[in-house]
Design a protein around this ligand. Structure first.
Ligand code: HEC
Length: 736
């Protein structure tokens, strides 16, 4: 199954407000408010991040002289709460980094200006903050640079451009922080970073991705695993480094691309724009897996000219408990009131955000100071009001014209993104994000039967939840409308295969291959199906065809290796596995099978090296841990073997063989009682295993429990009267 993601990036254009001249009426000061005493620290804390040389504000406010020149303007801008820029209304969501002056601070600024802006005692003035052009968190662990700088014309409309930055490392990394550094920040209004897990965007633009591809909205193919967008990677010139909360780094895998979508504003002279992305690693993998959810109502956006109060809304019921970490409302110029709230199961209303005076140029991602808890059953609401009259100072059209949803900035949008972290998740249950995805996509399909991308994603979520029959039905609905959609055919095949319907699965893969231009996924799945059914010859043929027709891919070689191994040609198989590792040193299949071969033909250290790499790739794979345990046991490291087997048993508690193996290793390490316990576990799962009863008897005998041992051997003989060892063991016991 493939997950599709339609990511709409942020669109912005420029409307300049004409402001009235501030009133300069000055009254006599009541108290001596001075720059050095009170004002400098207010300005440094609330204004200087933007108002410093090279910052996003139009002038600096770092010195007394700077502030003196702007005094009356400062009063006007702060009294009206135009500055510092901050859209959310107070009391409707507690956001970190909220930029809001207190009434007291407003009064101090006004008093200072009205009393003639005295400087006060210079020696008491706080030191101005220091801004330099280096990385905010020190040197990043990895710096990505866009391939070719882009030349922005001196004038003209805003430019949206997507730059692809391939992740160049041969190992996956977790990212705890990211900083974006455009070479000319003054012309970059904002930027978004997307992770393209399958490099799909680059492959769709083979000729021009290095130059940056124009466009505001991109679709990326999320690939075969469910890996939903999880973090707001949003940047504006005045935002600090994006640091992720504890336990919530994001991941970059081998072969991923980052797509930097920049919104550029011509500055009056041509500018050559480069950009760097600095990434900071953490060795700690993510322990918490958030997800971005979107409420939207683009379809109902059709706003008549002159309409002053056009409402669009959406709502989504949450199937699991979540913590909300952040929120990102988005509309274009006609949006006026943007509201998001939740109605809890007990009927209580919980505000998430309220913006009464939307301004697209001030758009931002808002992060909560403390996550907002929403219990399962909560309904999240989006409620937006649009003003398409002349009263709306942001309206780009005079006179107003009818406006509908669309991608250009003169079109409209109605989106509310929230970042949620599922919590209170029952152990052993399905990935709660799949439940969120299912609820989200079901809702979208309910609203719009023609939304086949959502229907497709719904089917993929159901398949991910193991509900293959329902998934199959939904894929078939997609195919009824798009009979030749190779992705849907291929995913249908995968769902059918999982449901155990081999024939139909094969037919779906064949139809996908016949229908498509990009058929490598389906070819791979067909070959995999043949492998699983032990039709190694046919699998070999299929993989060989892929080697001729498809882009180089380690998995093709390792698949061919498995087929050859199955046909008994382990020499050629080994060569294919080696070739796979040359293409991708982290190819799990190759590491696993070479490791297995090394267990047989040694040396054990080689098996350990390979299998350790395999388990690092797939920590949740019990089989590779089992093999690694064998390799440890063979090289005389029972302690390490026990650790691996312990993990494997946790991953697959119902696997009798694992318990039996663990029992053997425990016995070898002298832990007799634990060995007996594990062997009992194994027999509990597999009561008719004569060998198992014999083994239990041996352990009991060693522990001096003769009677129990005798019963075990007899049990073995009942199950298999010809069991030679059980008979011999029984005979060897001292008489009762
Ligand atoms: C997040 C960045 C940011 C912060 C923080 C900020 N400003 Fe601004 N300021 C701007 C930008 C950008 C402009 C340019 C006009 C615009 O974008 O509206 C501006 C414009 C102004 C203007 C000119 C307004 C006009 O009438 O055109 C004044 C005065 C001003 N800022 C004062 C302040 C003061 C005082 C503070 C702190 C209390 C502050 N600003 C904080 C970004 C900021």
């Amino acid at each position: 199954m493939r997950f599709l993601r339609c990511l709409s990036l942020v669109l912005v254009c420029c409307v300049f407000l004409s402001r009235l001249n501030p009133s300069r009426a000055m009254r006599a000061a009541e108290a001596p408010v001075t720059w050095s005493g009170q004002i400098a620290s207010i300005v440094y804390q609330n204004c200087a991040t933007c108002h410093h040389p090279g910052g996003s504000g139009p002038f600096s406010l770092l010195t007394y002289r700077d502030a003196y020149r702007r005094g009356p303007q400062m009063v006007q801008a702060t009294q009206s709460r135009y500055m510092p820029p901050w859209l959310p209304a107070q009391g409707y969501g507690d956001f970190s980094g909220a930029r809001r002056l207190s009434d007291e601070q407003l009064r101090l600024i006004r008093n200072w200006v009205e009393s003639g802006m005295p400087e006060g005692d210079v020696s008491r003035a706080p030191a101005p903050p220091h801004y330099d052009a280096t990385w905010q968190l020190g040197k990043p662990d990895l710096i990505l640079t866009i391939e070719r700088p882009y030349t922005l014309a001196a004038s003209g409309t805003d430019v949206f451009r997507n730059f692809v930055l391939p992740y160049p490392l041969a190992l996956a990394h977790y990212i705890r922080a990211m900083e974006i550094r455009p070479s000319v920040p003054q012309v970059v209004h904002h930027a978004n970073v997307l992770i393209d897990r399958t490099a799909s965007f680059r492959h769709r633009h083979p000729g021009d991705w290095e130059d940056g591809v124009p466009g505001m909205e991109l679709e990326v193919d999320a690939g075969n695993s469910f890996d939903p967008d999880s973090h707001f990677l949003f940047w504006k010139p005045d935002t600090p480094v994006l640091e992720e909360p504890e336990g919530m780094p994001w991941r970059l895998d081998v072969g991923n691309d980052l797509i930097l979508n920049m919104h550029l504003k011509p500055s009056g002279k041509p500018e050559t724009i480069g950009a760097q992305i600095g990434l900071y690693f953490t060795p700690e993998p993510a322990s918490k897996h958030p997800m971005l959810l979107q409420l939207e109502d683009d379809r109902d956006l059709d706003i008549p000219a002159g309409e002053r109060h056009f409402v669009v809304q959406d709502e989504l019921k949450l199937p699991v408990d979540v913590d909300v970490f952040g929120i990102y409302p988005h509309a274009h110029y006609l949006g006026r009131e943007l509201e998001g709230w939740a109605v809890l199961p007990n009927g209580q209303k919980q505000w998430l955000i309220r913006i009464l005076n939307w301004d697209i140029d001030r758009q931002s991602v808002y992060r909560y100071r403390d996550p907002v808890f929403l219990p399962r059953g909560t309904v999240v609401h989006m409620h937006y009001v649009y003003d398409n009259s002349e009263n709306n100072v942001h309206n780009p059209n005079t006179p107003p014209i009818r406006v509908r949803a669309g991608n250009r900035s003169v079109d409209e949008m109605a989106h509310l993104w929230i970042q949620v972290l599922p919590i209170n998740v029952p152990k052993g249950g399905p990935d709660p994000r799949l439940l969120l995805e299912q609820a989200w996509m079901e809702h979208r399909v309910d609203r719009n039967r023609g939304d086949f991308i959502s229907l497709y994603n719904l089917a993929a979520a159901l398949a991910g939840l193991g509900r293959y029959t329902e998934a199959t039905a939904d894929y078939r609905k997609v195919l009824a409308a798009h009979p030749d959609d190779e992705r849907a055919l291929n995913s249908l095949g995968a769902a059918l295969e999982n449901a155990g319907d081999w024939q139909e699965a094969e037919e779906a893969f064949r139809r996908a291959i016949a229908a498509g231009r990009e058929t490598c996924d389906a070819q791979f799945n067909l070959a995999g199906l043949k492998l699983k059914r032990s039709k190694f010859g046919e699998a070999e043929q299929q993989f060989r065809a892929m080697l001729r027709q498809c882009p180089e891919d380690a998995e093709t070689d390792s698949g061919l290796g498995v087929a050859l191994d199955g046909e008994g040609d382990s020499k050629s198989a080994e060569a294919e596995f080696q070739r796979a590792l040359e293409l991708d040193p982290g190819d799990f299949t190759a590491l696993y099978h070479l490791g297995e071969m090394a267990i047989e033909s040694g040396p054990p250290q080689r098996a350990i090296d390979l299998l350790e790499k395999a388990t690092a790739q797939r920590p949740d794979d019990a089989d590779s841990r089992e093999r690694l345990a064998l390799a440890f046991a063979e090289s005389g490291r029972p302690g390490d073997a026990l650790t691996q087997l312990g993990e494997a048993v946790q991953l697959k508690p119902g696997d009798a063989n694992l318990h039996a193996l663990l029992s053997q290793v425990l016995a070898g390490a002298g832990q007799l009682q634990r060995a007996i316990d594990e062997q009992n576990q194994a027999l509990h799962l597999q009561p008719n295993d004569a060998d198992g009863w014999n083994n239990l008897g041996v352990l009991e005998a060693r522990a001096g429990k003769t009677a129990a041992a005798r019963a075990d051997f007899r049990h073995a003989l009942q199950l298999a009267p010809d069991h030679v060892q059980a008979r011999a063991n029984l005979a060897r016991l001292p008489p009762p």
